[in-house]
Design a protein around this ligand. Structure first.
Ligand SMILES: *Cc1c(COP(=O)(O)O)cnc(C)c1O
Length: 513
């Protein structure tokens, strides 16, 4: 009975009703209550000696009189709670993870061995530089490799994520203008397809956003860009390949135009997995670019961390870049903590960056060597394979482009005669055992589904994914299952959540009901 339920997730099977007296237990996938909602009052997992009633409390009158508010669980309950939660993790290690723009690629296990070397793991950022020569050498070597990969002039290793790297780049551009007395340069040009972090960063760095339109092919409208690139423009933030998975062919013309106006070009390098080993971004006229080590260079990520977003700079911007940086003199690695020229805008954060991520990234680069070009090649090939297999069933966002780069954008046009939305489709994928792609981003198409398979997937796994996607799409357009689609996912312990509310009004402490 249960088996038929698992096989036939799109109809509420009799078996579900049969087992309804034990729900929400289905299979062994059990909805886990909060740790505060379980256990019995007074239950604890450790033995604490009873307090001697004759000894006066050392805190005098300051002892707590209200309840402490800790969960009441024994040891087994604690272990079960966290083990169950760990099984809710979905990651590349459990299956295909086609989240567009996120580059969810396999993190080779050698990375984990390397970053756990005890001397690296246990070193403290306050140790004197002669005691951490190995760590400094590691960061320096990685910095040199990233410069080699990008062809750029200098690098800042400290930013803690992609968005932090963007801020680092834009603050450097702001500093350059300030030092040059360009007080009239207040605007930054950003395409309408940009990642939300771009306009947010621009605003945080003190600039105003001027939006540039996309063409009907999903690329920057160069004429619109030209019109908006006036004397008051400080720079532009361009993602390449863009968030539609398309290469911005006008990038060099865009760079020239900006430079003529005394403005700088920042490239959002989160999509380097399409370019790595194939193009020196320095050849594109870029002045600053952040890289997401936790995307392109295989280090694990998700749920807000850890990340690392180093920024590379052109020669023009180098002197305004932040401190600290590491240099090599003879056999010794030195750190520069104070900028004596007075040009640098300061620091992004304490210390030198995410050493654990740096170690994993260097391990990945050394293991791959020249194979980094094969990585980007395979990533682009896999995305085009998905596009080719799915495009007759699921509408491509911008069908005029023959090829895509490392990700492919679909939209909900194929669902137009149904009441099914992209959200319903994505939730149905969960019932069918696949993690959904990125949905409703970018905003330039209706009901976007952005898929990025990365180079980690085999042909077999892509075929399996496509077969399921096509089956779901056929059920969707048949017009017979709208109601069921609205009710998906049925086989997940938690079904539809109000994600906007969760993001905007998170409740971060337990509130007793
Ligand atoms: C992921 C991403 C970012 C932000 O990176 P975080 O590390 O999540 O801050 C910025 N731009 C694009 C295009 C991205 O895909």
């Amino acid at each position: 009975m249960l088996q038929s339920f698992i096989k036939n997730k799109f109809s509420k099977s009799i078996s579900l009703r049969l087992f309804s007296h034990v729900l929400p237990r289905v299979g062994l996938d059990i909805a886990e209550p909060l740790i505060f909602e379980q256990g019995l009052e007074g239950c604890i997992g450790v033995d604490i000696e009873d307090r001697d009633p004759n000894v006066k409390h050392r805190l005098g009158d300051l002892q707590r009189t209200s309840k402490i508010g800790l969960p009441n669980l024994n040891e087994v309950q604690v272990v079960r709670h966290f083990s169950k939660l760990s099984r809710y993790n979905y990651g590349l290690d459990t299956g295909l993870y086609p989240l567009g723009s996120c580059t969810m690629k396999y993190n080779p296990r050698i990375n984990e061995v390397v970053c756990r070397i005890p001397s690296l793991l246990n070193s403290h950022p306050f140790l004197p530089t002669d005691a951490v020569q190995g760590s400094l050498g590691l960061i320096h070597r990685l910095a040199q490799d990233l410069l080699k990969i990008t062809g750029m002039n200098s690098i800042c290793m400290s930013p803690a994520a992609g968005a932090h790297g963007e801020l680092c780049a834009m603050q450097t551009i702001a500093q350059a203008h300030q030092k040059q007395g360009n007080t009239h340069k207040k605007y930054v040009l950003i395409p309408d397809a940009a990642h939300g972090t771009n306009p947010a960063t621009c605003t945080m760095a003190g600039f105003k956003v001027r939006v540039v339109k996309s063409t009907k092919d999903g690329k920057i409208d160069f004429e619109d860009f030209k019109k908006k690139c006036k004397d008051d423009v400080a720079g532009a933030m361009i993602t390449n390949p863009n968030t539609c998975g398309l290469f911005e062919k006008d990038i060099c013309k865009i760079a020239d135009l900006l430079h003529e106006k005394g403005a700088y070009l920042f490239m959002d390098g989160a999509n380097m997995n399409a370019l790595m080993g194939r193009v020196f971004v320095s050849d594109l006229g870029i002045d600053a670019m952040h890289m997401n080590l936790h995307k392109t260079f295989s280090t694990p990520h998700g749920s807000s961390g850890p990340g690392s977003g180093p920024v590379v700079f052109s020669e023009k911007l180098t002197k305004y870049a932040p401190i600290p940086f590491i240099s090599k003199e003879g056999d010794e690695f030195k750190t520069t903590e104070i900028d004596e020229t007075g040009n640098s805008f300061g620091r992004m954060k304490a210390y030198y960056g995410q050493i654990g991520i740096h170690a994993r990234t260097l391990a990945y680069i050394l293991a791959m060597g020249n194979g980094l070009a094969a990585v980007s090649g395979d990533a682009v090939l896999n995305a085009n394979y998905l596009k080719h297999k799915l495009q007759d069933t699921i509408s491509v966002g911008f069908p005029n482009n023959k090829y895509c780069m490392h990700e492919v954008l679909f939209c909900e046009r194929f669902l137009k005669n149904t009441t099914i939305t992209t959200l319903d489709f994505a939730k149905a994928m969960i019932d069918a055992g696949f993690h959904p792609p990125t949905i409703y981003f970018p905003l330039v198409v209706h009901g976007a589904m952005l898929m990025e398979p990365t180079e980690s997937e085999s042909k077999e796994s892509l075929d399996d994914y496509c077969k399921t996607m096509i089956n779901i799409a056929k059920l969707a357009v048949s017009g017979k299952h709208d109601e069921e689609f609205h009710n998906t996912p049925m086989a997940a312990p938690i079904r539809r959540t109000d994600e906007t509310r969760a993001a905007k009004f998170p409740i971060l402490t337990y509130q007793e009901k």
